[in-house]
Ligand binder design. Structure first.
Ligand SMILES: CCC(=O)SCCNC(=O)CCNC(=O)[C@H](O)C(C)(C)COP(=O)(O)OP(=O)(O)OC[C@H]1O[C@@H](n2cnc3c(N)ncnc32)[C@H](O)[C@@H]1OP(=O)(O)O
Length: 338
């Protein structure tokens, strides 16, 4: 996601990722003297070039020693399953994790597929919402354990981790309101995937479980950082430290779940889980795509950026809708909000 930022009377197009990187670097690495230099025009050139660097909202790039092409080639060596994308005229897309014979575990090629589908969604100008679901009545059982065994070398593990962090960070930053429809089990990386959506809806008898501790691991796909943001550090510590099973009731209690869906098997003519999730999401995606996308953008910047940068971003996003078609139409119809 790109934002326009004004610095020294010049406009630079930068991504949230670049801003975050700059912010962390600025706070943790630059000494006060360097910060002073950053403000001065003499240092503007280097930082200006960095700010202008084209970015796709990734956390890792070549400056972190991350070679996307090389990692993709390695991951493709572990095939199986697919990530299926259905973009609907309603502006709500369905992303399906599809590897039923392995409880929708992520093979290497599915990781590459996920990144490709996120790229497609980033370019979807008519999009407003996204539902992430698993095929065949279960969500996702995490990494494909056969691939995990084959890439147990720490260096390769780190590369896979960086690749998935990039893909899931971009998923969460999409200008679409996203919801994970959790049916069956969301385990390990599957639990992490649910946190890369804005909301989580849990079906009757579903379970989200960060089983990493039982695997001698911690989350590496950004799931721990996102979990802390969603449920707070106390609850995150309990969920990760105890590898606790989160059922819908517990999920609602700690704020991991945003709603519980009724089992479609219970009543013969009940809506399917996907219909229920679509209805739930439609409340938030009703309206023109540019406005819904603007809503998501201001929330992402509020979630991720320091206040002064958030406010500047909000101003820029506001400028994209002020006087726009939806705004003019609302003014002309003298709409009231009783
Ligand atoms: C990022 C870090 C990570 O994600 S580490 C991976 C964390 N995930 C796990 O450890 C899940 C391990 N799997 C399980 O605990 C069980 O298979 C679960 C998912 C609970 C399902 O149990 P159950 O309903 O009894 O089915 P099952 O065990 O017979 O499984 C059906 C077939 O699916 C397979 N499967 C399942 N999960 C994975 C996985 N993560 N990677 C690879 N294969 C997986 C099972 O091996 C089984 O295959 P098969 O029918 O024996 O050929």
């Amino acid at each position: 996601m790109d934002f326009n930022v004004t610095q020294h009377d010049s406009h630079y197009k930068v991504s949230v990722g670049t801003l975050l990187l700059l912010n962390v670097f600025n706070r943790m690495v630059l000494c006060p003297l360097s910060r002073q230099l950053l403000k001065s025009s003499s240092s503007c050139g280097a930082w200006g070039r960095l700010l202008q660097r084209p970015s796709s909202g990734c956390v890792y790039s070549s400056i972190h020693g991350f070679n996307q092409k090389e990692v993709k080639e390695k991951l493709q060596a572990f095939p199986g399953g697919s990530i299926d994308l259905l973009k609907q005229d309603s502006g709500i897309a369905i992303l399906t994790i599809n590897n039923p014979s392995r409880m929708n575990a992520f093979s290497g090629s599915m990781m590459v597929d996920l990144e490709d589908k996120v790229s497609q969604l980033e370019k979807w100008t008519d999009g407003k919402g996204l539902i992430v679901q698993g095929a065949a009545e279960t969500f996702c059982s995490g990494s494909d354990l056969s691939a995990v065994r084959a890439i147990s070398d720490p260096q390769d593990g780190m590369k896979m981790c960086m690749f998935m962090q990039n893909a899931l960070t971009r998923l969460l930053r999409l200008p679409l309101i996203s919801v994970a429809l959790v049916e069956g089990r969301a385990l390990g990386g599957g639990a992490e995937l649910t946190t890369a959506c804005d909301f989580r809806l849990m079906a009757h008898a579903s379970v989200i479980q960060f089983v990493h501790k039982h695997m001698g691991l911690v989350p590496g796909w950004g799931g721990a950082a996102r979990l802390v943001n969603i449920v707070g550090s106390q609850n995150a510590l309990k969920l990760l430290g105890g590898a606790l099973k989160v059922d819908p009731e517990f999920g609602l209690q700690i704020g991991l779940a945003d709603g519980v869906l009724e089992g479609s098997q219970v009543e013969k003519h009940a809506e399917t889980l996907l219909q229920q999730a679509t209805n739930w999401l439609s409340l938030y995606t009703k309206g023109p795509a540019p406005v819904i996308q603007a809503v998501k953008k201001v929330v992402v910047s509020g979630r991720e950026l320091p206040l002064s940068e958030t406010l500047r971003t909000e101003k820029d996003v506001f400028g994209t809708v002020w006087g726009g078609p939806a705004n003019l139409q609302a003014l002309a119809s003298k709409s009231i909000h009783k």
